[in-house]
Design a protein around this ligand. Structure first.
Ligand code: ISE
Length: 335
């Protein structure tokens, strides 16, 4: 399968490497980036052609499917172009910066009548999260009551907008909560206290987001972009008769002068490298089989709608905000 990749910054370049080295059936045939030097570097290592115009990648006759890893604001027009061409597309999260934009993508796909859009919620492929989902579905802890999530990055820009923390980072947790629990999130509040000394101005970091699902499960998310010591994504699901957790920063355990230790991943590539590999393999296999796999455009819309509600809760200071996804019914294409 010949893949065109739009956006060859850190994420896009990582995907190109994974597709080239670890996905047997795939080859990257065309790339585009606003910065031609980034595109050229990736092209050299993968043998792809560099195209100046991202829309030319979508339209290219030799491109069977498109991977979008460009800036969030470009996702909507690029995904719509893929839908217009009838080409399968894997779009990095968030599907779009606003719920309205994500809803337009859903509407276009429904109009097309085929699921062509996959959203890059790679945690659904992480062995730890998958094991948790399977154990929960098997009834190991009974009905869920609470989900505690921790999302820590080592560092961000000191002026990283607080809204971006919710839309670009906490959005992973909203997806995980929906995916694990099989329920929509209907309320969210955002709390912040003393900011880290590593941020400036209005940037709120860390934040605590507290959400509630339609079935009344409480979901709390610690989102912290400047923990400094490494990258962590973990959670604990509390049920009626036990708990299940993903608490595996990395596989490495050690002994040293400081005693027993576990190595914490440095960043997302290390923590979720295997999840990304599995995600891309499944996407490529699904496209080859004519099947949709992974998170749908509806999932992308629902997670973005929760993020948008979080951003408005942050702005208004109101403890709870209804989520628009409640008022938009799920189209049959996604049932
Ligand atoms: C980034 O875009 C990701 O998707 C990472 O998984 C997340 O941890 C990070 O905060 C985001 O900026």
């Amino acid at each position: 399968m010949s893949v065109g990749v739009i956006g060859t910054g850190a994420m896009g370049a990582f995907h190109v490497r994974t597709l080239t080295e670890s996905v047997d059936r795939a080859q990257v045939s065309a790339v585009a980036d606003l910065d031609p030097s980034l595109a050229a570097a990736v092209a050299e290592s993968s043998g792809a052609r560099v195209l100046e115009d991202p829309l030319a990648v979508v339209a290219d006759a030799d491109v069977d499917a498109v991977l979008i890893a460009s800036a969030d604001a470009t996702h909507e027009p690029l995904v719509l172009a893929c839908l217009a061409e009838g080409k399968p597309v894997l779009c990095e999260k968030p599907l779009a910066p606003t719920a309205e934009a994500a809803q337009r993508i859903v509407a276009a796909e429904v109009e097309k009548g085929r699921r062509l859009v996959t959203v890059g919620f790679m945690r659904r492929y992480d062995p730890g999260y998958v094991a948790l989902a399977e154990a929960y579905a098997a009834g190991e802890i009974g009905a869920a009551l609470m989900l505690h999530c921790v999302h820590r990055n080592a560092r961000s820009r000191p002026d990283n907008p607080s809204a971006q923390l919710i839309r670009g980072s906490a959005v992973h947790e909203f997806d995980i909560a929906r995916w694990l629990l099989g329920e929509e999130i209907v309320r969210i509040s955002v709390h912040h206290g003393r900011p880290s000394s590593h941020v400036v101005g209005d940037t709120r970091d860390p934040m605590l987001l507290v959400a509630e699902t339609e079935g009344g499960v409480l979901v709390d998310v610690e989102a912290f972009m400047n923990c400094r010591y490494g990258y962590e994504a973990r959670c604990e699901l509390v049920g009626e008769s036990g708990t299940l957790g993903v608490d595996e920063p990395s596989g490495l355990a050690g002994r040293g002068p400081a005693g027993l230790y576990r190595k914490v991943a440095a960043g997302w590539a290390e923590r979720f490298g295997e999840a990304y590999r599995r995600e891309l393999c499944d996407w490529v296999d699904g496209v080859a089989a004519g099947e949709h796999r992974g998170a749908t455009a509806w999932d992308g819309y629902a997670a973005t709608a929760v993020a948008a509600a979080g951003v408005s809760a942050l702005g208004s200071g109101e403890p709870a905000t209804p989520v628009p996804v409640r008022r938009v019914s799920r189209p049959a294409l996604y049932s």
